[in-house]
Design a protein around this ligand. Structure first.
Ligand SMILES: Nc1ncnc2c1ncn2[C@@H]1O[C@H](COP(=O)(O)OP(=O)(O)OP(=O)(O)O)[C@@H](O)[C@H]1O
Length: 304
């Protein structure tokens, strides 16, 4: 079994009487890319700040690399790399000069780590170009490089693709996937760009209004994210018998409000409709639905 890098249990964080996090529990396994998904104000940054020790823990427990004791957690944080807001890079310095400055500040041994991480994030050829001349994507990748400088086992990134153009998004995505694969670095990433999260996350935590609605692996989600016929009839029980006996379908489920989700026979909506009508079942609608990460998130938010 994969070991647990981070476990947060029953975390509640209140700002001025408002719950930014409400009894949130998450578990992140080694090697995972854990996508924290949530709309604005869901509590993503607050959760990350708590892990990084940037805001005080009020209620709940954190277990980081197996440590629960406050002093030991503080030491364990050295095994993490964090990019929550834009680091204070010097505008007139190059990528290498900036990283060298922080390497010395942090007391990280070995000058060569600078060129190594620059290569890893694809900034090895930026030469004399100064930070102020960088594109947003380059700036983000330099931020990731800084977080990687001390070879962390867990990388925490808050909205690393926010504001990037499509090319920038692809570059950051490739960088993260490479780091995850090559170094086996566990990544916790927050984003509200769900289409992109779907490209990298191996597990999702869905947050809304400070509550964790669901924690689900990408494989489990893939099973749920499918194309199906949404059949709405006035007698779902009889309809199910017909689907099974007359159409020989097995792959369907009954949902509240007289909905049946049929995962096969997607081209047969006319025949299904005729079958219902000839058996005096009232058909409200038969609609082809596609579930992706975005509408899955919306469905669980609305279902609360
Ligand atoms: N330092 C703070 N003081 C007061 N309220 C705060 C503070 N930080 C966060 N909050 C509040 O806590 C809630 C959660 O905010 P948080 O920034 O964690 O959400 P988020 O999911 O990261 O949102 P976004 O995507 O907009 O950054 C919000 O209602 C926010 O206003």
């Amino acid at each position: 079994m994969k070991d647990i890098v981070l476990e947060m249990s029953n975390i509640t964080k209140v700002y001025n009487g408002v719950k930014a996090l409400d009894h949130v529990s998450i578990k992140i396994k080694r090697g995972e890319v854990y996508g924290l998904v949530g709309n604005n104000g869901a509590g993503k940054t607050t959760l990350m700040r708590l892990i990084a020790g940037q805001t005080e823990l009020q209620e709940g427990t954190i277990k980081l690399f197996g440590e629960t004791n406050e002093v030991m957690i503080r030491t364990s944080r050295r095994r993490m790399g964090v990019l929550i807001e834009e680091p204070g890079f010097y505008k007139n310095m190059t990528a290498a000069e900036n990283l060298e400055y922080f390497r010395i500040q942090f007391g990280i041994p070995g000058k060569e780590v600078v060129s190594e991480v620059l290569k890893e994030v694809g900034l090895e050829n930026t030469g004399k170009k100064k930070y102020k001349q960088f594109s947003l994507g380059m700036k983000q990748r330099l931020g990731i490089a800084l977080a990687l400088l001390h070879t962390p086992e867990l990388l925490i990134l808050d909205e690393p693709i926010n504001g990037l153009d499509p090319a920038g998004i692809i570059e950051v995505r490739q960088t993260l996937l490479e780091i995850n694969k090559r170094r086996n670095t566990t990544i916790l990433i927050a984003s509200h760009i769900l289409a992109e999260m779907a490209n990298i996350a191996t597990t999702y935590g869905f947050l809304s209004n400070g509550k964790l609605l669901e924690e689900i692996t990408a494989a489990e989600l893939a099973e749920k994210c499918s194309v199906y016929l949404d059949i709405i009839v006035d007698d779902p029980k009889s309809m199910c018998i017909l689907l099974e006996k007359e159409m020989h379908y097995k792959n369907f489920k009954v949902y509240p409000n007289q909905h049946i989700h049929l995962y096969e026979g997607l081209e047969e909506s006319n025949r299904i409709c005729e079958l219902a009508v000839s058996n005096k079942i009232g058909v409200v609608g038969i609609v082809r639905q596609v579930v992706n990460l975005e509408n899955y998130y919306m469905s669980i938010v609305e279902g609360c």
